[in-house]
Design a protein around this ligand. Structure first.
Ligand code: NAD
Length: 351
């Protein structure tokens, strides 16, 4: 498996793949020999020059390259494109010219691939495909909730307000610095249609904001269900989702800051939180209307999905096997989660 683009997502994908017993990192391709390139070499990943003319820069920095990116593409069974939005689409012809199946990230337009992907929702759509797009952090977070809710109760409409971090911790040129921006100002935001790439028939309206934060996104959700439920039943349903962490009361996890601290204390690599973090106390039901708050760690929730997308595209396992293996090898399921990580199956709705 080769990674093209070794930034926020690419370096996490490479480490997650390296942790899989059935996968191997053939190499990573980078544009410049920065600190991440040195770390990749320390981790033993063969380094390829994403832009061949820049290979001498790597040599000058003391980094030996194994070749140019097209050699990696020729060698790998699957390429995981983790380049910035829009570059993936440009790389598509290179992957196709070597008959190498490729996965792309959520910054690409949905048309880049045969199918958009979320392991919990539509794994089978990607089995044996040549190209797959792992949806964005926000869409992944929403899909992980919509899938069990629609299976258990039926979903009439989703209304979600997405309070989005302005940038990742390393993105010092992004903002806002001291503002609260409706973003996009037009309603609905593009997020709803993106969720519909996973659930084509879903009724969903989304509104987005951007705030001066780098830690996580926070979603405020109102879901009108097709059947009457209780908050306790929804909570049990969500606690049984392996990639949803229902934050217990009394834990003092009152925001993104404490969640990140918790992940670091738990020894998570880079303080990553792969799970949706739903505040248990926020789960409220009024008739058929469900309300809740969740936090999404934008840098890492898509990482287990990327691993599963590789198994799907190579048809190496079914959804349940892949999700279980990915969860077990990465350690998905935060300490304190009463359900652990091995109950990927949703609980059925009672009458
Ligand atoms: P990033 O900027 O952190 O990393 C991208 C890397 O690709 C950088 O190292 C950059 O130097 C490199 N690159 C640039 N041009 C390249 C080229 N032609 N060939 C190879 N490498 C090249 O970006 P990111 O945050 O990792 O985002 C990557 C993709 O993942 C985007 O589609 C983004 O929308 C998506 N995504 C990002 C997040 C997030 O929060 N960061 C979450 C989910 C999905």
């Amino acid at each position: 498996m080769g990674v093209n683009g070794y930034g926020t997502i690419g370096k996490r994908v490479a480490d997650a793949v390296a942790a899989q017993p059935d996968m191997e990192v053939a190499g990573v391709a980078k544009t410049q020999p920065n600190f991440e390139a040195h770390t990749a070499v320390d981790l033993g990943y063969p380094m390829y020059a994403a832009i061949p003319e820049r290979a001498p820069l790597f040599a000058e920095a003391g980094i030996e390259t194994a070749g140019a990116v097209d050699e990696l593409v020729a060698d790998a069974d699957v390429m995981v494109d983790c380049t910035p939005s829009g570059i993936g689409a440009e790389n598509k012809t290179m992957y196709a010219s070597y008959d190498t199946p490729a996965t792309f990230q959520g910054g690409e337009d949905a048309t880049v691939a045969e199918t958009s992907f979320n392991a919990r929702a539509n794994y089978d759509d990607a089995r044996g495909a040549d190209t797959v797009r792992v949806v964005s952090c926000n869409t992944t977070g929403l899909s992980r909730l919509v899938a069990p809710l629609s299976e258990a109760y039926g979903v009439e409409t989703v209304r979600a307000t997405l309070v989005r971090r302005g940038g990742d911790p390393t993105q010092d040129s992004r903002g806002p610095i001291n503002d609260i921006l409706p973003d996009p100002i037009s309603i609905p935001s593009h997020h709803g249609p993106d969720v519909q790439t996973i659930f084509p028939d879903l009724s969903i309206e989304t509104m987005g904001l951007k705030v001066p934060a780098t830690l996580m996104h926070v979603h405020a959700l109102n879901v009108t269900l097709e059947s009457d439920v209780t908050a306790a039943h929804v909570r049990q349903l969500l606690e049984n989702q392996s990639r949803v962490y229902v934050i217990p009361e009394g834990f003092g996890l009152d925001g993104a800051g404490t969640l990140k601290d918790f992940a670091l204390d738990a020894g998570r690599p880079r303080g990553d939180i792969w799970e949706n973090c739903v505040w248990g106390e926020s789960i409220a039901v009024e008739g058929r209307d469900l309300y809740l708050f969740e936090a999404i760690h934008q840098e890492s929730d898509v990482i287990p999905e990327n691993v599963d997308a590789i198994r799907a595209i190579t048809d190496a396992a079914d959804a349940a096997e892949s999700i279980e293996r990915t969860n077990r090898t990465l350690g998905v399921g935060l300490a304190g989660d009463p359900t652990g990580f091995d109950s990927a199956e949703p609980v059925e709705a009672d009458d």
